[in-house]
Design a protein around this ligand. Structure first.
Ligand code: KG4
Ligand code: ZN
Length: 315
């Protein structure tokens, strides 16, 4: 009924998420955000039937703020508490009630790509998911953010590279793809390759970045998205499942959205691309999982705790 997201501009100022500052921003924002959400939904506290909150994975300090607030809120109102897995929520964002949005049928494959995760997940039902592939080092969002940092762009880097890439030549520079298992990912080598490439080019021409920024961004983006497409292609081949979704912050990327969509004609896949506002972290995705857990009576005790590490396949 409402989806309020407080933007934490503090992170852009520091060129990344500083955990301590993120926790404080959560402290400052949580009460006003909840009030605003109720207001926009045009309801009052006593209309609520349960409180859903993010248990993990994520930064412990921020998770503790949400967990403590949610526990107090549910106890004060005498209504159930529902703990949510952040990565499951990214996946289930596909089920947020939107008439225009076609919902994927079970089982389907989901490429979950964010600032902390890069996984190929088989979604059996709302609550049971199996990880088929994973990153061995950096997440894809991290690869975007670190590349942006090397280029002297701001934070978060993904949307900035995506925007500049649209004006550049994706074949201008070639970065080698990592050699890892068929369904696994590795992005730390790419980051190093970009770092050395830029360093060497700058030795020849100090203005190299400035003069070629669009081409550099387009080439980085082309490399990253090609890796993602190759891997999801392998997963379709191995599982025979042709219903393919993307989720998480990086699923906002224009190129992955376009290339995934193209497979409908090229390969006969059925693809599911989340509405833009449900790609990066948002409240609605936590709400939708809360809804399904509520319908199944999956409640949590008030002793539940925040967990920095929590896998998408936890049962
Ligand atoms: O899911 P999310 O909002 O937070 C986490 O759970 O990590 O994902 C944030 C990540 C950041 O790394 C950001 O650079 C990336 O998503 N991102 C993008 C785009 N928009 C956000 N990456 C590539 N292209 C984009 N358009
Ligand atoms: Zn996220």
């Amino acid at each position: 009924m409402s989806n309020v997201v407080a933007n934490q501009e503090i992170h852009a100022k520091y060129g990344g998420v500083v955990p301590e500052l993120a926790s404080r921003a959560h402290q400052q924002n949580i009460v006003p955000v909840v009030q605003q959400a109720l207001q926009r939904a045009n309801i009052v506290k006593k209309d609520l039937s349960a409180i859903a909150f993010t248990k993990g994975p994520g930064l412990m300090g921020s998770l503790l703020v949400g967990t403590s607030f949610a526990k107090s809120f549910s106890q004060a109102l005498g209504i159930p508490l529902i703990a949510i897995n952040h990565m499951q929520a990214h996946v289930l964002a596909h089920f947020i009630e939107e008439e225009s949005q076609q919902k994927p049928p079970f089982p389907f494959l989901c490429l979950t790509i964010s600032g902390g995760h890069t996984e190929i997940v088989k979604i059996n039902n709302y609550f049971e998911m199996d990880i088929l592939g994973n990153t061995l080092d950096d997440a894809v969002g991290e690869a975007y953010d670190k590349s942006a940092k090397i280029l002297g762009l701001g934070y978060p880097g993904g949307p900035l590279i995506d925007k500049l890439a649209k004006e550049g030549n994706p074949k201008a520079y070639k970065f080698t793809k990592p050699r890892v298992g068929d369904l696994d990912f590795s992005f730390s080598g790419l980051k190093t390759a970009i770092l050395y490439f830029i360093r060497d080019e700058i030795k020849q021409n100090p203005n190299f970045i400035k003069e070629n920024l669009n081409d550099i961004c387009a080439s980085i983006q082309h490399t990253i998205v090609s890796i993602l497409m190759d891997k999801i292609g392998n997963a379709v081949k191995f599982t025979g499942i042709k219903h393919v979704a993307i989720a998480g912050g990086v699923s906002a990327n224009s190129e992955i959205r376009k290339r995934l969509k193209n497979t409908e004609i090229e390969k006969g896949w059925k693809t599911y691309i989340p509405k833009f506002e449900f790609t990066t972290d948002n409240a609605a995705m936590i709400g939708i999982v809360g809804h399904y857990k509520f319908l199944s009576g999956k409640f949590d005790a008030n002793t539940t705790t925040a967990m920095a590490r929590l896998k998408v396949d936890e049962r």
